[in-house]
Design a protein around this ligand. Sequence first.
Ligand SMILES: [Mg+2]
Length: 412
Amino acid sequence: MTIRDAEVIVTSPDRNFVTLKITTEDGVTGLGDATLNGRELAVVAYLSEHVVPLLIGADEARIEDTWQFLYRGAYWRRGPVTMAAIAAVDMALWDIKGKVAGLPVYQLLGGASRTGLLAYGHASGKELPELFDSVRAHLEQGYRAIRIQTGVPGLHAIYGIASQSADTGGGTARYDHEPARRGARPVQEDWDTRAYLRHLPGVFEAVRNEFGPELPLLHDAHHRSTPIQAARLGKDLEPYDLFWLEDCTPAENQEALRLVRSHTTTPLAIGEVFNTAWDFKDLIRDQLIDYVRGAVTHMGGITALRKTLDYAAMYQIKSGMHGPTDISPVGMAAALHLGLAIHNFGIQEYMKHGQRTDEVFQQSFTWSNGLLHPGDKPGLGVEIDLEAARAHPYERAYLPYNRLADGTVHDW
Ligand SMILES: [Mg+2]
């Protein structure tokens, strides 16, 4: 068979998603996620102008060769735009291969290594009572592991904290729905690392006292500390037995992790902004991290992330795939198939998509007893309703950013 058509679909049911739909001459279709939060249309152009013309007439069965052709053949390697585009092609070809074989993709990857995937949800609150309510709500929904994000005294708006507001009738708002809650320019939030470092250990002490020692707790530091501040944070959090501390320093300076590591036994997770195995190579070889945060969508697809995770397995480093709502249901399905198949699965980030998103993307994964499973439909198990997708056109949206009290732009 050969590829007859490849279509780039942009839709914004709750937030923007970029999806590649590949169709073979026999009419088999495959979907890939190419969503790059806040820079979506750059990937649309990369795909439409430079990749789709190369796919027409190509052999859809040659997944590895297609990956190498798009990666090596372009001369310009790496980068989030390039790798999201390659990821979408890769996912769509795995989807097609599964459908042709009549098997779910995890079977093509070697079969299930477990019955389901432990997932963690995002609890947050400005103050402790609100945070406790959020943790309880997640436990009631079946989550068995919880990420804890909290407000900091003196800071007005911090990313990752849902707020109780009038527009939700006093209910807890979601902080992730874009562009509905964002607008045409990035929202400015504020930051003070010293205040954060003073406040956070007390929050974890309170959460442990309230919910006991067993519940796996995670925290995302969003790249905002210097290396020595991150080292102190890891050390201060040791009594509360974190599952992981995520993105404790900006990810570009990988030497920083060596400094952090030398001071703390708190497990470290990093890499949601990385896009190739090369970004992880030294961190894995030198055992400076415990979890690989790469997403299938941003790491060049199933083919590439599988290789990175196999390398990580040699050092007992596990997967912790990025999975907030800017990973589309297609990207999430790819993560679940990969996570089910590999031996060194660690945990899966999981934020439920909104209802409109679920109407655009029909999914077959299941969520029960805190465990995700990709389902057994051939391929990835996700289909897109094009009519529903067209009803939600693209809206420009940006992630928020933050400034210090003196106006300095700070790290994400
Ligand atoms: Mg994160």
